[in-house]
Write a protein that binds this ligand. Sequence first.
Ligand code: COA
Length: 170
Amino acid sequence: MRTLIYPGTFDPLTRGHVDIARRARRLCDRLYVVVLRNANKRPAFDVAERRDMAARCLADLDGCFVEDYDGLLVDYMVERGAVAVVRGLRSESDFRYELEMVAANRLLYESFESILLPSSSALALTSSAIVREVAAYGGDISAMVPDEIQDEVARRLVRPEYRHRLEVRT
Ligand code: COA
């Protein structure tokens, strides 16, 4: 059984993340999408919310399991017997960041391996931060966020003074 891991903060999961998860699933027998903590981020959604939203969006993907984990990525990899981690690459700046992550993880676990999947072009410039920004102003996030969680994300992140913009659309 070839197991891959797709780790992230997923605050919230975007259509870009779903695209990477679906493509990664084709490369392995089992894919674990895992919500981890990034020490540099203060997420808008708590871990359980992020995990549940990701699980809803990926429910139809056989052989894909969504979990959360409080610890080092390399420890989770060993626990799951994974051969590699999958990450999406949207731009040159992602590439630099990913190389730094690979280097750090390899110092912790010498067998650490990662597979970098280029984002599909239409999704290449979305990010969770852009989703949070647009949603705060009651903007339309439907092109960026999976159908299953659009409502929850929009309602949770809209500022009170922009709430009327959501009502207009529903
Ligand atoms: N489509 C859309 N957006 C994407 C994307 C894609 N295909 N790929 C990445 N992104 C965006 C995300 O939306 C996010 O945007 P934001 O910063 O604007 O919110 C950003 O790129 C990266 O976030 P994400 O993919 O959710 O993961 P991350 O880079 O925050 O994840 C961890 C980092 C959690 C994997 C890392 O911190 C970790 O391993 N933590 C565990 C502790 C550990 O082992 N630390 C040592 C690591 S060296």
